[in-house]
Write a protein that binds this ligand. Sequence first.
Ligand code: GCU
Length: 426
Amino acid sequence: MKNRHLTRITVFTLSVILFQLLLVGKSFSQSNEGNTDESKVPAYTLPDPLILANGKAVTNAKMWWKLRRPEIMALFEENVYGKTPQKKLPVTFSVASIDHNALGGKAIRKEVIAYFTATKTGPQMTILLYLPKHHSKPVPVFVGLNFDGNHTISADSGISMTKSWIAKDKPLPRGASAKQWQVERILERGYGLATIYCGDLDPDFNDGFQNGIHPLFYKPNQTKPEPDEWGTVGAWAWGLSRALDYFETDHDINAKKVAVMGHSRLGKAAVWAGASDQRFAMVISNESGCGGAALSKRIYGETVKIINDKFPHWFCGNFKKYNDNEVALPVDQHELIALIAPRPIYIASAIEDQWSDPLGEFLSGLYASPVYKLLGTDGLAASVMPDVNKPIMSTISYHIRPGKHDVTSYDWDRYLDFADKYLTNK
Ligand code: GCU
């Protein structure tokens, strides 16, 4: 045990787990792979986000910003997501369509193409944007990647069909994921929504990093990222930052009030984007699980080995070193949440989504809390996991709802309340 902070964390973890066992009363077993038995979670020690690599305690905000935050950032870049290349591409934006009377006159719909090369060839991304029509501008905006194409997020026939990598010949129908996006509800509450098909940035399969944006950054003779360079999650996060670059040029949008949101694998990208790009004013993690909000060292639900075996392209090559070896990880995901401090983050779980390790997601928020407090906020206003449908509203917010791995209207209502309180101070 390196120091007394670590002891405190371990003891606290054990008591939270015991409490959970009493609360939930049983363990969930919904998968053949991965542990979903709380009693089999090993004893583990988390790195303390407020202890420097040299063992000294971080006692003030200046030490956090100057010393500890860069250390943690470097560890995530080196070991988990990989480094995002610093090279600046000649990105240009072009408004491809605009409709001032979308959704029965409730919205302005724009499609903006971001070209990543001067010749406008190669990968490009289309930002689909809905802005509420009858609200004063500039508006705050939620931005998130979608899984299957922009046309799946609403039945609105004005959205261009996206060519999907996965469903090339049989794209999903318009509005197939509309329930997960709740466009009209978001607009009614005075927010805009922007979304991008994740495959515009990097297709979600192991293509050896040939089809997405990675080759635009290769050095001469390079054919794939180095072990400490970015994978697909890193590329997705990069795209979210380019969308934010666009928002800064659009006078209808308040680029200082942008919440980056994502579900599941795209939640991993949203949290990494929020950590890497401090212009994002708020972050929403919807069931982002392993490699997102959930602690890796708990080894509950999806593990580092399972995720790397199934999705070898998501993280950097170095992350494979921690297959069945989470104990050696020099960081854990509570420190990813800490990188977002003091900006508000909402972490959400679902009771039937044990694969994402709800308790591990909650604990990440809890163990990031000391950093939030050091920076003058309330952090997470709970010390034990709340019951279902009892959201904790604080700068780090959390809820667990009944049901499966999904984004529901219940989730969105909470995010909108959260944004009213912490983004727009309504
Ligand atoms: C799989 C994967 C998860 C991921 C999820 C999703 O279940 O194991 O890590 O979050 O897909 O993206 O829906």
